[in-house]
Design a binder for this molecule. Structure first.
Ligand SMILES: C[S@@+](CC[C@H](N)C(=O)[O-])C[C@H]1O[C@@H](n2cnc3c(N)ncnc32)[C@H](O)[C@@H]1O
Length: 377
């Protein structure tokens, strides 16, 4: 079953049919499963017949593997699975041993599923983004692998936001991805700026995780350098575009501080798990809210991002809080977008200090002001 599950998870399914029904109680026949998109999400339509009556239902993308294996366990002895890569014949014997025969593909994904007509992605199949194949987001035919749709949309949303600010940059752009992890956004930014916008790029990815950095180095893409390095020690020179996606807790603050210190023109940060202030916050008028851990957690996140926004404004950036991805996909959906204007905002600094005082907190981001005072000494 493991091999079968891997096919269902990793490949782009076009059609699944089932044969040799064996369960007389269920009397299910002509069972077919095919992909459909509903409100921009991939789902599967299941159609079958029981007692000459047709039935149809939709199942979620994540439920497919369980559904297919259940059918092979309880109702049918074989199945044909058509994917964009191969056709598979699956046989289950009496002792539930699964054997699979692999053949060349005979079916093509319907156009309406390949091209999402409602939305044109900035990086898509026709751009031949090899990096998405290497990252396991597309298959060898540049078709998005179902389980990777959310990441594919996230990557595209990210470059969409970069594209909104593209006029700010010169032809040569230095990008730093703080806490790059597996490098999804690093590679997407590189591909978009270099191959689609034809910019000269110098891309840097940094992370503490040596295995990920080693993997990214093996890709040997030109104009990209990866460092296994703590971002607090960033020492690679001035930055045009600073990015960080889900740099945990204060790693977002460190990234913002490094970006400002190295004169980033645009800063794009999608923070996550901001716990720093959770144990610090006290504010009497909000006690009814703060006594509930779950609400306090949300308040911590809002307060931390508010302070980050004010700190950036105080340092001469225009700040917008942007919806990054739909809440349907992740709760980590706020992006802090900051564009350098050079106009330091004294009111923002005052508000920053008042909020820290009123809520009795001391946020990591305020180290910025110490650095600023030192540099203006
Ligand atoms: C949740 S992952 C996000 C990775 C990537 N940006 C993404 O979205 O796929 C957070 C990453 O931050 C890295 N990290 C945390 N603190 C760091 C630090 N001080 N210096 C470098 N990397 C750090 C971790 O190693 C981890 O890979």
């Amino acid at each position: 079953m493991e091999k079968l599950k891997k096919i269902l998870i990793d490949e782009s399914i076009i059609l699944i049919t089932f044969g040799k029904p064996f369960n007389k109680d269920e009397k299910k026949s002509k069972l077919k499963i095919s992909p459909i998109t509903i409100k921009d999400s991939l789902m599967y339509q299941v159609a079958y017949i029981v007692n000459n009556q047709s039935f149809q239902e939709n199942i979620k993308e994540k439920a497919l593997t369980k559904y297919v294996t259940n059918q092979l366990h309880s109702c049918f002895k074989n199945s044909n699975i058509f994917t964009t890569n191969h056709d598979y014949q699956v046989f289950v014997n009496k002792s539930e041993k699964v054997s699979i025969i692999k053949n060349n593909p005979t079916k093509k994904m319907p156009d309406k599923l390949v091209h999402n007509k409602k939305k044109k992605y900035l990086i898509d199949k026709e751009d031949r983004p090899d990096f998405l194949i290497k990252l396991g987001i597309m298959d060898n035919n540049y078709i998005v692998i179902p389980k990777s749709y959310a990441k594919f949309r996230q990557i595209n949303r990210f470059v969409e936001i970069i594209n909104d600010e593209i006029e700010i940059f010169n032809d040569k752009i230095r990008v730093v991805d703080f806490c790059c992890g597996k490098g999804y956004m690093t590679l997407a930014t590189w591909f978009y700026l270099k191959h689609l916008k034809k910019k000269q790029v110098d891309i840097i990815g940094m992370d503490l995780k040596g295995d990920m950095i080693d993997y990214l180095k093996t890709l040997s893409y030109k104009d990209m350098n990866f460092y296994e390095q703590d971002i607090t020690t960033y020492n690679h020179g001035p930055i045009d575009l600073a990015i960080a996606l889900h740099a945990c807790d204060v790693a977002t603050d460190i990234s913002i501080i490094q970006a400002i210190k190295h004169k980033a023109k645009v800063i794009l940060m999608v923070p996550c798990c901001q716990h720093e202030l959770f144990t610090q916050i006290t504010y009497e008028p909000l006690e009814p809210l703060l006594k509930h851990g779950i609400l306090k957690d949300k308040m911590t996140e809002l307060l931390t991002n508010t302070l980050r926004g004010l700190a950036l404004e105080a340092m001469g950036y225009q700040v917008k809080m942007v919806e990054f991805t739909s809440l349907e996909h992740t709760m980590k959906n706020i992006m802090i977008k900051a564009v350098y204007t050079g106009k330091k905002n004294k009111d923002a600094l005052k508000q920053y200090k008042e909020i820290e005082r009123d809520f009795n907190v001391n946020c990591y981001i305020n180290k910025l002001f110490t650095i600023d005072n030192k540099s203006s000494d």
